[in-house]
Design a protein around this ligand. Sequence first.
Ligand code: NAD
Ligand code: TYD
Length: 350
Amino acid sequence: MKILITGGAGFIGSHVVREFVCKYPEYQIFNLDALTYAGNLSNLKDIECRNNYTFVKGDISEESFVNDFFNEHRFEGVIHLAAESHVDRSITDPLRFARTNILGTMTLLNAFKNLWRNNWLNKRFYHISTDEVYGTLGETGFFTETTAYNPNSPYSASKAGSDHFVRAYGETYGLPYVMSNCSNNYGPNHFPEKLIPLFINNIIYNKSLPVYGNGNYTRDWLYVKDHAQAIDLIFHKGENQETYNIGGFNEWKNIDLVKLLCKLMDGKLGRPIGTSEKLITFVKDRPGHDLRYAIDASKINKKLGWRPSVTFEEGLNKTIDWYLQNEEWLENVTSGEYQRYYEEQYESGN
Ligand code: NAD
Ligand code: TYD
């Protein structure tokens, strides 16, 4: 089986590529990635020489390239993760998100449709989405697979748009798809623009920890390797034209999570407990900030038997240890463009 994984040089994609390359030596795995600021081939150093793995640099929204690529390799399965993924960047550059997330997804869907037409037997397009498409929850309740879409940020609106096109290709052309909407991931190789890796990096370098608003925003955190395993399960065992919500059963208010992170990091860095907490700084809130995300993951649990395997304490400890052991990775990704982004996002006084 020839499988295309898009966005495989990114955070979640690299864990999915590794899972598939190592677990299925009989598959040919292709990783298509444009290597934007978020893509990093060093995430895959340990598997890049495997003979069932091929990396191709390319943009999912370039129609003629994508069509030629599909015609050449005739992928039977697509696992689509490539995206612009950071809410704050979507607020400053929304068009880029529409181009990659909506147009890019449509370009892949179209190439897949034109390649197989009605010859759909044993073909599958798996679209990876996010719980953010459902908008925000109040203090109670959970997102289920039937919660109405109500996206609030340009990022979540672009992901919602891509989800709608996937569904529409299923209804209109009979294209066999599966989709999953997952909660916030954390773990190794996470780019330090998102909350957990940004704060780990800042604690290491004694930089302030910019908590948006009052910090009373809630997210449901899942260890990235558990997400990769859920993706494997859904790709192989999920039902066509179905959506699965994936979550961590693990809600944290940002401020409580940041305090826990500070405590664990103080312990690991040999600093007196309380040192890192002093770095917490409450800053201007994110516009359109969603109050709370929480996933009801009972469908994937009941139908496919999936549950997270790692507790939050284990996952967070593994994550911090990974960053402390991979300071070179952190230094490489925080040089260059990152500095400009950081200044514009946190130091311009906007
Ligand atoms: P990421 O930003 O770390 O990686 C995205 C990857 O896509 C990068 O390697 C980048 O180079 C590549 N890419 C971007 N634009 C491209 C283009 N035009 N053509 C080809 N490649 C391109 O993102 P991530 O956090 O790993 O998220 C992966 C997917 O999972 C996304 O679709 C995201 O919406 C979804 N998701 C993420 C989370 C999370 O917590 N990170 C949660 C739920 C769902
Ligand atoms: P983030 O990691 O960007 O994920 P998402 O917005 O997709 O949930 O942010 C997680 C939470 O942390 C969110 O409520 C915003 C907040 N946050 C901060 O308070 N400060 C920061 O510097 C960042 C990046 C996020």
